[in-house]
Design a protein around this ligand. Structure first.
Ligand code: NAD
Length: 298
């Protein structure tokens, strides 16, 4: 099947970006969300991407307008998916909401339509039976700021048809993504399976007092040639997110002794050091210390 009509369901942070990126690359996109208010927000969000596309990837106004013209909007689910070749789901990360959504579109979408999920933490076998088409269902996981961080991690369930998997790999490439192909299900895909242990190990060294964040980052950068260490990455992720994850971990597994880390992150938050977004976290922005010439040559 040739994919032409793409419905993106959920037009929040990620859905609006995915929808515009597909439209920008020439696909016929329908944005679906639950009501008129959510759709109006989506329109604002999508229009608000103009500056980023112009400054980050040198898109012209004409190209941006062409992308906008490829998008239609709907808050009627049946209408939104009735003509879809591909439905990309980017709705809240709640199994109950996703399950209900798949049960509904199973009835409304054409029987040959492919469904993909942008879920960050839920594997496709959790929902494959709800879709009514397990062979045509898989995850395609984008990263925030899709036009810049252009990876799409592609992960099938044991029931995904390899030919459908390949179609999604091709689609990801056609919308400007680097298709990251996983051969089997893995919670956290490849990126977070690598990244989360690295960030946790850095935090652990810091909280135990083995070294300060700058020394830990310096080690990682000098020894591996990486452009950033774990604390520079934490500034991008945001200290609030790091704190929320740590707090949840401290509550769920008190024996893991993550409370000292939660306290250290809370102290940063109380000082207004939220990471890159507030201009200060472990480093100062827009010219963080780790990017300066002498950072590695102490
Ligand atoms: P968000 O909260 O910004 O947006 C969710 C959207 O879904 C909202 O517009 C909401 O109105 C809509 N929605 C709620 N219930 C719905 C329903 N039943 N049907 C259709 N739409 C519904 O969320 P987000 O951050 O864009 O995340 C969406 C998905 O993308 C999640 O699965 C998340 O794991 C994944 N994801 C998020 C990021 C990120 O950085 N935010 C990155 C990668 C993947």
């Amino acid at each position: 099947m040739t994919i032409k009509n793409v419905t993106v369901a959920g037009s929040g942070v990620l859905g609006s970006q995915i929808a515009f990126q597909a439209a920008f690359k020439g696909f016929n996109v329908t944005v679906y969300d639950i009501n008129e208010d959510a759709i109006n927000k989506a329109k604002d969000r999508i229009r608000g991407l103009r500056h980023a596309y112009k400054t980050d990837i040198a898109a012209t106004d004409a190209e941006f307008e062409k992308g906008l013209a490829n998008i239609g909007y709907s808050w009627d689910l049946q209408q939104a998916v009735s003509d879809a070749d591909l439905v990309i789901e980017a709705i809240p990360e709640r199994p109950d909401i996703k399950k209900d959504f798949y049960e509904k579109i199973a009835k409304f979408a054409p029987k040959e339509a492919i469904f993909t999920s942008n879920s960050s933490t839920l594997v496709p076998s959790m929902f494959m039976e709800d879709t009514g088409r397990p062979a045509q269902f898989l995850n395609m996981h984008f990263a925030n700021q899709v036009w810049l961080n252009n990876t799409a991690e592609i992960m099938g369930s044991p029931k995904t048809d390899p030919a459908i998997y390949q179609e999604i790999v091709d689609f990801a490439r056609n919308i400007g993504m680097i298709p990251i192909q996983l051969k089997k299900e893995q919670p956290g895909y490849i990126l977070n399976s690598l990244l989360i242990p690295l960030l946790s190990a850095g935090e652990d060294l810091w909280v135990k007092g083995v070294a300060d964040p700058q020394m830990i980052d310096r080690t990682w950068m000098a020894a591996t040639g990486a452009p950033m260490g774990p604390f520079a990455i934490l500034d991008v992720v945001g200290i609030r997110t790091a704190y929320n994850i740590t707090l949840a971990e401290a509550q769920a597994h008190p024996e893991a002794n993550t409370q000292p880390l939660a306290d250290a992150l809370k102290k940063l938050l109380d000082e207004g050091k939220l990471g890159m977004e507030s201009g200060e976290g472990f480093y100062h922005y827009p010219n963080p210390e780790f990017k300066q010439k002498d950072f590695l040559s102490i």
